[in-house]
Design a protein. Structure first.
Length: 389
């Protein structure tokens, strides 16, 4: 006669204790999903619980939280594809967008998100100048203009421009008072100075710009959106760049000239932002100002047919499995019911700490009870075995 000891109950209780302990220890882990339990045909089975975790705003521009279904896809250093709800993103030394563990985040098309450290230079094509010419100025004593002789012109001003390679040069425009009006010359620091007359502007007795001018493009004077006169002039010192003189005036007062040109050299990246639609937009320092340049790149949200079938990898990452099915690569708010995102925020653990503690106490009592049963059975077996001696 013998007695068998059933260890399945204590094994189940121990497994439940282990999983509950894992839940509680990860109650503050970003993107963690708890494990719950279900009774199936009299057996307790663990099931991953993918309900939404709480959203915490931290205002970090690259932190992203998913609200709804879906996962971020990341690629490990070994090339393994993993899925996570942990949206604490950052740029690594190679300008790859990575998660908190250094895995590279994937786009909505399944490609690694990498931000170019710079963009191609842009040649200057347009410039704008506001100008006031002093009506009380005298005609220069030296009648032959020379950029090296400051007695041959009244005033000058400079504008920085860029060629197609991003090389900067300085255009200097010179203003010479004449009996008929003003002559404009120009020279470029990158090329030998020339004495070609670029344009002539004339004003009526009231100081209004005349309807025509030598060297003025199009058909004389046009009007800007405010109804002020503008003239487009091509300066010899800035080939390929059209200078728009916006409401150039002639009044009795100081000479003033303010000019800006488009174009830039190879700019350095300043920052990266994520839009609510997942669009990744870097900014580059152009003319000492951050300028956003769209990259046609979106953060990916991946939706599985059966997310409960995902294979856990580590604490808050999962791998695709046959049970989960193949994910759909989409973007925030995209196909297959993909969730939206909140930028500058993270999703916390979905562990219900109070419920987990209650379950843990219950599991401990069950484990102790099953341990006592086994201990009692063991003692009975020992006594039975001694009866045979």
């Amino acid at each position: 006669m013998g007695m068998s000891i059933d260890t399945s109950a204590i094994t189940a209780a121990y497994s439940k204790l282990t999983l509950l302990g894992k839940n509680i220890s990860n109650q503050n882990t970003i993107g963690y999903k708890s494990t719950s339990f279900q009774e199936i045909l009299g057996q307790t089975t663990s099931v991953q619980n993918f309900k939404q975790g709480g959203i915490t705003v931290d205002n970090n521009p690259l932190d992203v939280a998913i609200e709804g279904k879906g996962f971020f896809k990341v690629q490990s250093a070994s090339g393994q594809s993993l899925y996570t709800r942990d949206g604490r993103f950052q740029l690594d030394a190679n300008n790859n967008l990575t998660d908190s563990e250094g895995n590279i985040v994937q786009s909505s098309t399944g490609t690694p998100i990498s931000i170019p450290p710079s963009v191609s230079p842009k040649a200057s094509t347009k410039a704008t100048m506001t100008l006031n010419l002093d009506s009380s100025a005298d005609v220069p004593k030296t009648t032959t203009f020379s950029p090296t002789d400051d007695t041959s012109y009244n005033e000058s001003t400079t504008t920085k421009v860029y060629d197609a390679t991003g090389t900067a040069s300085t255009v200097t425009s010179y203003y010479v008072k004449t009996t008929a009006g003003w002559n404009i010359y120009s020279a470029n620091s990158a090329t030998p100075a020339t004495t070609t007359l670029d344009a002539s502007l004339s004003y009526d007795a009231k100081g209004a710009l005349s309807a025509t001018g030598t060297g003025v493009s199009k058909t004389g004077v046009t009007k800007d959106s405010l109804g002020n006169p503008t003239v487009d002039i091509t300066l010899a010192g800035a080939p390929g760049v059209t200078f728009t003189f916006d409401n150039p005036t002639q009044t009795k007062g100081p000479f003033t000239a303010i000019s800006t040109a488009d174009g830039y050299s190879t700019p350095a990246m300043a920052s990266v932002t994520v839009g609510t639609d997942g669009t990744i937009t870097p900014s580059y320092v152009i003319n000492n100002q951050p300028v956003s340049i769209p990259m046609n790149l979106k953060l990916g949200v991946y939706v599985f047919p059966f997310e409960t079938g995902l294979k856990p990898v580590g604490v808050n990452q999962w791998a695709e499995s046959m049970a989960s099915g193949t994910p759909t690569a989409t973007y925030p708010g995209g196909d297959k019911g993909a969730g939206t995102i909140q930028v500058g925020a993270t999703e916390g653990s979905n562990v219900d700490t109070t419920a987990a503690m209650v379950d843990l106490l219950s599991a401990q009592r069950a484990f102790q009870a099953e341990s006592q049963v086994i201990n009692t059975q063991s003692q009975i077996l020992q006594e039975i075995s001694q009866l045979g001696h």
